[in-house]
Write a protein that binds this ligand. Structure first.
Ligand code: SDX
Length: 427
């Protein structure tokens, strides 16, 4: 049997042979299907791109039915339990885990790019005291593009590597500086003696001590949480990063767009929305009432459901286990009892089972973040710190893919045509 589709257009009786590659057809092969020769040709219509592959990629593999997630072929469980976040950043960007010497050089590079220009600190000082840190992150990431104009030449590999290093290194600094602004504290500057995660905790929590010493269990948990968020193939914010990058915009501008897309409660903003939902539920005995209301469509169970995972999100399983390590240090967050009960009831209820709604990465992460002392508004910012290496690896792949072009979808026009101008007094 040939790897083709035979399409019969019943409007004309014509048939077409279309190549099948990797279980896909090229949308451009549909354009030959016409009724009249001067027709534009057939398009596929796919709002939300629910059934459209936008690229070929060898970065992240997801099997939504089996609950499998692999970065460059390595299962997420193995990476979360054995690798450091910086090892995973290197893996995503380069395609291979670093050797000891490569890792030492990479760690040195990241450690020595954590500072930001003092003018950016001044921008942060200009925000209102209750500005949402995601709004500050979108703005300051975009502002970075004005400090590194050479970033526009992303085709040069050394320039591209330097910008990607700067973005990975500076996201924690921008995040922590935004947080310190929101509580009216001076920023705590990077400490090059600490690990990536340890330095982030230093910039968040350092007070009067001469040198901040991160709790090793919380430092490890923070690093693992960054790993679990590092990439997730063609999600909304990654598609945004690729789309902006497809116009040859610089990576800082593309990353600012990706942060903006992540901010939405249907995406990375869900971890913040989950916490607010659990706090609103308030106690385990209120869970059945809220499940009933969700089934009535009164609201969505935030942290549940996924476009790709249709039985479980492997990240949610790892994060749920991670919670117990953190609670050993911080004390148990009582909201986890509500979350566990919500998960138990939902997974037994036909409404959720029929719709294949299971806890996703955002369902348990916020409970851990809150126990670690992060304010709810910082939760999507933590997601962004983890995701920046994924956005960059996908942006780079898009930039280097000869099959790619500037993103410019078509449309089905359903509006009016050929209308004549009416003067104001005749409308
Ligand atoms: C992330 O894409 C990624 O990979 C994202 C991410 C990543 O790492 O980048 O994994 C991170 O964004 C995780 C998702 C976080 N978002 C949430 O937890 C918000 C709540 N979830 C939903 O809004 C929803 O499930 C989505 C947005 C995640 C997925 O939406 P889809 O695939 O477009 O599904 P849908 O909205 O078409 O819903 C299908 C059905 C609908 O019911 P019917 O209209 O068919 O009767 O399921 C229902 C929805 O109403 N439904 C829910 C629900 N999610 C979907 N009902 C109740 N609660 C929910 N959470």
């Amino acid at each position: 049997m040939a790897d083709t589709l035979t399409i019969t257009d019943n409007r004309t009786g014509r048939t077409y042979e279309v190549e099948v590659t990797d279980d896909t057809i090229s949308a451009m092969d549909l354009r030959q299907i016409k009724v009249d020769d001067d027709d534009f040709g057939m398009l596929s219509y796919d709002p939300g791109f629910k059934n459209t592959a936008s690229t070929r990629s060898d970065i992240t593999y997801i099997d939504g039915a089996a609950g499998v997630l692999e970065y460059r072929g390595y299962p997420i469980e193995q990476l979360a339990n054995n690798a450091s976040f910086l090892e995973v950043c290197y893996l995503l960007l380069k395609g291979e885990l670093p050797t000891a010497s490569e890792y030492e050089e990479w760690t040195y590079e990241i450690t020595h790019h954590t500072f930001i220009h003092e003018n950016i600190k001044d921008f942060i000082d200009g925000f209102h005291h209750d500005a949402h840190p995601m709004g500050m992150l979108v703005s300051t990431v975009a502002a970075l593009s004005t400090f590194y104009p050479e970033a526009k030449d992303a085709t040069d590999p050394d320039t591209r590597h330097l910008q990607m290093t700067r973005l990975i290194a500076k996201f924690p600094t921008l995040a922590a500086f935004a947080y310190r602004h929101s509580i009216g504290w001076r920023p705590a500057y990077p400490d090059n003696e600490l690990s990536f995660a340890g330095n982030f905790l230093n910039m968040m929590w350092k007070t009067t001590e001469l040198r901040y010493e991160p709790n090793p269990i919380l430092e490890k948990a923070m690093d693992q949480l960054f790993i679990l968020h590092a990439d997730h193939e063609q999600n909304c914010s990654t598609t945004t990063m690729r789309t902006i990058g497809s116009s040859d915009a610089d990576p800082y501008s593309a990353a600012a767009g990706a942060v903006a897309a992540l901010y939405g409660p249907k995406h990375g903003g869900a971890n913040e929305a989950v916490l607010r939902m659990l706090e609103e539920i308030g106690s385990v005995d209120q869970v059945p009432e809220y499940v009933h209301r969700a089934k009535n469509g009164e609201f969505r169970l935030m942290g549940f459901g996924h476009r790709v995972y249709k039985n479980f999100d492997p990240r949610a399983k790892v994060i749920k286990d991670l919670a117990h390590d953190v609670f050993e240090v911080t004390g148990k967050n009582p909201l986890i009892d509500i979350a566990v009960e919500l998960e138990r009831i939902a997974l037994e209820d036909d409404y959720f089972v029929e719709r294949k709604l299971y806890p996703n990465v955002d369902f348990y992460s916020g409970i851990i973040y809150q126990a670690m002392g992060f304010p709810t508004s910082m939760f999507p910012v933590l997601f962004a710190i983890g995701r920046i290496p994924g956005w960059l690896s996908q942006w780079q792949e898009n930039l280097l893919d000869p099959a790619q072009a500037i993103a410019r979808p078509r449309q089905v026009y359903i509006g009016e045509r050929d209308r004549d101008w009416l003067p104001m007094d005749q409308r």
